[in-house]
Design a binder for this molecule. Structure first.
Ligand code: GLU
Length: 332
């Protein structure tokens, strides 16, 4: 039986593709880009430089809980920056959208995701929850009786969005914790402007852990599908993200989800998405589902090259661009 949300999605999206169409297009995209070797692994986090750059996996999870997947679907890569979306969702669940907006904001920086200059220059200092400074400040908003309590809450919340328990990849965490002086510097700058809401280094440590959570590409697609499905995980049926917060989260992803490539992405693909330097990207098609791709080679902005190409191809062929009249049901 279809969930009420899936039924609603079908009603409001008469041009949603059927499974056979979606499968054919994903296969085409996979074959077209499988041998593309452009870009290179992130290396500023030493562990990521050693990840096998040939790995390539694609998954789609729909709001009616259909799963399509191809390629490397078992490997748990580090979620990295994609975690920022779910800590944001959690902070909004706890505090409401307005309070999170007041404390963090939602403006693009036009600078690198880890830029200290943006912290100094931006009137809000935090800029938005998807750049490092804003994300560390967002993590600092999560309530808890101790650092461990906050961290365990975050990990459990990600697991609820993924539909399965997730774990920390300790090697990634150690590698990143040993090299995160830049993020610590951001947290101290935020402290100077009174825009961080717990002990700064504790927030950075929890943030570093959240970036080191392992997900496979199917789990990542399900995390995206939870947002597509009004905050309800389509597999477990559980309301994970409060429905009223979903549009704020998706608009933030549209504006800042792909670092300095966000404008070009909005132009070409027209879908809210988030990338991580671990090589994952998840794009959300509201009311329909989500597509996630994992491939470690990144472009200069820090976005997986293959993931961008596959999602762009699939979104174009299946009319997913939110700004296209066809995607909301006005067929030509
Ligand atoms: N943990 C990474 C950092 O703080 C996340 C970067 C990313 O995926 O953008 O630099």
């Amino acid at each position: 039986m279809l969930s009420p949300y899936a039924a609603l999605a079908q009603k409001t999206s008469p041009v949603a593709p059927n499974r056979a169409q979606a499968e054919a297009i994903v296969k085409e995209a996979y074959a077209k880009f499988v041998s593309d070797t452009s870009g290179k692994n992130a290396d500023y986090i030493p562990f990521l430089a050693q990840v096998d750059s040939k790995m390539f996996g694609v998954a789609i999870v729909t709001v009616d809980n259909q799963v399509l997947s191809m390629g490397e679907i078992k490997y748990a890569f580090s979620i990295q920056s994609i975690s920022k979306v779910y800590t944001l969702a959690m902070a909004m669940n706890e505090l409401g959208a307005d309070r999170v907006f007041d404390r963090i904001g939602s403006e693009p920086t036009g600078r690198a995701f880890n830029s200290p200059v943006a912290v100094v220059d931006m009137p809000t200092h935090t800029a938005n929850p998807l750049v490092n400074a804003g994300a560390i400040a967002t993590t600092s908003l999560i309530a808890g009786s101790s650092a461990d309590d906050k961290w365990n809450k975050i990990l459990d919340f990600y697991g609820e969005a993924a539909g399965e328990k997730l774990s920390l990849i300790d090697e990634v965490y150690q590698s990143e914790a040993a090299t995160n002086a830049g993020n610590k510097a951001l947290s101290m700058l935020l402290a100077k402007y009174e825009r961080i809401y717990s002990d700064p280094f504790t927030a950075v440590d929890i943030y570093t852990k959240q970036c080191s959570v392992g997900v496979n590409v199917v789990q990542l697609a399900r995390m995206g599908a939870t947002l597509a499905n009004n905050g309800v995980n389509p597999t477990t049926g559980k309301q994970v993200v409060k429905a009223e917060n979903v549009p704020y989260i998706l608009s933030t992803m549209m504006m800042a989800g792909l670092y300095d490539g966000s404008g070009g992405w909005a132009w070409k693909v027209g879908l809210p998405a988030k990338s991580g330097v671990g090589g994952g990207i998840v794009a959300v098609v509201p009311g329909k589902g989500a597509i996630a791709v994992f491939s470690p080679r990144l472009d200069d902005a820090g976005n997986s090259v293959k993931a961008q190409r596959v999602i762009e191809y699939v979104a174009q062929k299946l009319d997913f661009n939110l700004f296209s009249p066809r995607s909301v049901g006005l067929k030509q």
